[in-house]
Write a protein that binds this ligand. Structure first.
Ligand code: GDP
Ligand code: IMO
Ligand code: MG
Length: 429
């Protein structure tokens, strides 16, 4: 057995897509377990850039099975659009599988997402407006429509017949918006069901069989730990569990089947959407990081908020995930700064702490306590061996490892596949 969970250790966009594509080369299965097309995972191969939202980031390897697991919020329109794009780029979609249990996103979910954000005013979350929250609300409320229903015209009709009038009432009476025509929504989604039918199966069997026969399974996290519904900066979170525990439920595998939990960590911190961010730099340093790191959202194009690395936060995310290793991303972006800072504690109401507060009110008051490090001037993007990295960069990483007591197993010095320094093999031999 050899299985690896790839988990975002910050607020998402840590570079998961790049590492998944890299490790997919030696994997047999790539499995998405939560979230939906709110994710935006970038893979760069040669000169070409690919972005995946709902498709697992292993799809550029056609011999690998790419699974959209039971825990995913599945948007058929988004899926078919991505498949078309994939095929347009000359790749095959034949090895993609979708779990029958995954919940389907309908247009009313997307519309409610937008309207709910508007109605929150200053309290809005800053969602991606893909209907993720409202889809999961239906799931939790036990009124969702699943992929297995979507591909069965009779069941789809039964379910929609119940749901559409209720959603119309909400849209019309609460938000003063227009509702949906049941018949035309049914026709549209029955067609989607027809188109995706050949991809649909019980994926938990495929994953189980792969693990049982010693194949290599890569679990692809979307979002990041601080966007976790339970463990993140609630309410400024997404509506799923991007933490390590979420993979067991979202992919239907026992927790004892997971060997490695690799935390994907950006060498600094970014966040899209609203909510507290103690090390945020709303100045020219933050702007310099944004420009150098091209920190603009993959899904929404929004400028990402940027700041220094925060080890108080990472100590917490390492703990709640049980990280066994780190892949440190975008280290190249930090070249050229005279000095760098790392947050090693917070001062909250005059008291120092090293614990990441659960209370958003306390987190909002946290003033970072920094340790400064000398920067380096060298361009890192062509470096292929750890020893060749500037000594200042090695010092920066050593401090992170010592503080977190977790080894940095991969260092990424550019978006390309070849710009990846492996210090320790990820899959057990
Ligand atoms: P994800 O959501 O975690 O997959 O991350 P995104 O794809 O949304 O954002 C990460 C961005 O950083 C993408 O544009 C990647 O191409 C890019 N990237 C990944 N690793 C590196 C790296 O080591 N250096 C640089 N400069 N860019 C990287
Ligand atoms: P990847 O997989 C960064 C954020 C949104 C918003 C909050 C809730 O690319 O790392 P949602 O639409 O999920 O209800 O929005 O979560 N968010 C992400 N931020 N990366 C992501 O995915 C994200 N997916 C959702 O910006 O703050
Ligand atoms: Mg992203």
């Amino acid at each position: 057995m050899s299985s690896v969970v790839i988990v975002g250790a910050q607020w998402g966009d840590e570079g998961k897509g790049k590492i998944i594509d890299y490790l997919a080369g030696e994997s047999n299965l790539v499995v998405r377990a939560q979230g939906g097309n709110n994710a935006g995972h970038t893979v760069i191969v040669g000169e070409k850039k690919y972005t995946f939202h709902l498709l697992p980031s292993g799809v550029l390897y056609e011999d690998k099975l790419n699974i959209i697991g039971n825990g995913v919020a599945f948007d058929p329109e988004g899926f078919l659009g991505e498949v078309e794009k994939l095929e347009g780029n000359g790749f095959s979609a034949k090895n993609i599988r979708i779990d029958e249990r995954a919940h389907v996103i309908f247009p009313y979910h997307k519309q409610i997402d937008v309207l709910e954000e508007e109605s929150r005013g200053d309290e809005k979350i800053g969602t991606t407006q893909k209907g993720i929250g409202p889809c999961y609300m239906d799931k939790i409320q036990r009124s969702g429509i699943r992929v297995g229903d979507l591909v069965d015209p009779e069941l789809l009709w039964e379910r929609l017949k119940l749901q559409v009038p209720k959603k119309n009432e909400i849209l019309e009476k609460i938000y003063g918006a227009q509702g949906y025509d049941l018949e035309s929504l049914y026709t549209q989604y029955r067609e989607y069901g027809e188109k995706i039918k050949s991809f649909v199966t019980d994926t938990t069997i495929l994953t189980h069989e792969a693990l049982r026969s010693d194949k290599k399974v890569l679990f692809e996290g979307a979002q990041g730990t601080l966007l976790d519904l339970d463990l993140g900066t609630y309410p400024y979170v997404t509506s799923s569990h991007p933490t390590a525990g979420g993979f067991s439920v979202g992919a239907g595998v026992g927790p004892n089947k997971i060997d490695e939990i690799l935390g994907i960590v950006k060498a600094y911190t970014t966040r899209v959407g609203l909510g507290p961010f103690p090390t945020e730099l709303e100045n020219e340093t933050g702007e310099a990081i944004r420009q150098k790191g091209k920190e603009f959202g993959t899904t929404t194009g929004r400028a990402r908020r940027c700041g220094w690395l925060d080890l108080v936060m990472l100590k917490y995310t390492a703990r709640v995930n049980g990280l066994t290793g780190i892949s440190l991303m975008l280290l190249d972006v930090l070249s050229g700064f005279d000095s760098l800072k790392i947050c090693v504690g917070y001062e909250i109401e005059g008291k120092e702490t090293r614990d990441f507060p659960a209370s958003l009110k306390r987190l909002g008051k946290a003033k970072p306590i920094y340790k400064s490090f000398p920067g380096w001037r060298e361009d890192l993007t062509n470096i292929t061996g750890f020893q060749e990295l500037p000594k200042e960069a090695k010092e920066y990483m050593k401090f992170i490892e010592n503080y977190l007591e977790i080894p940095i197993k991969i260092v990424s010095v550019g978006p390309g596949r070849e710009q990846t320094i492996i210090r320790e093999e990820i899959y057990r031999k």
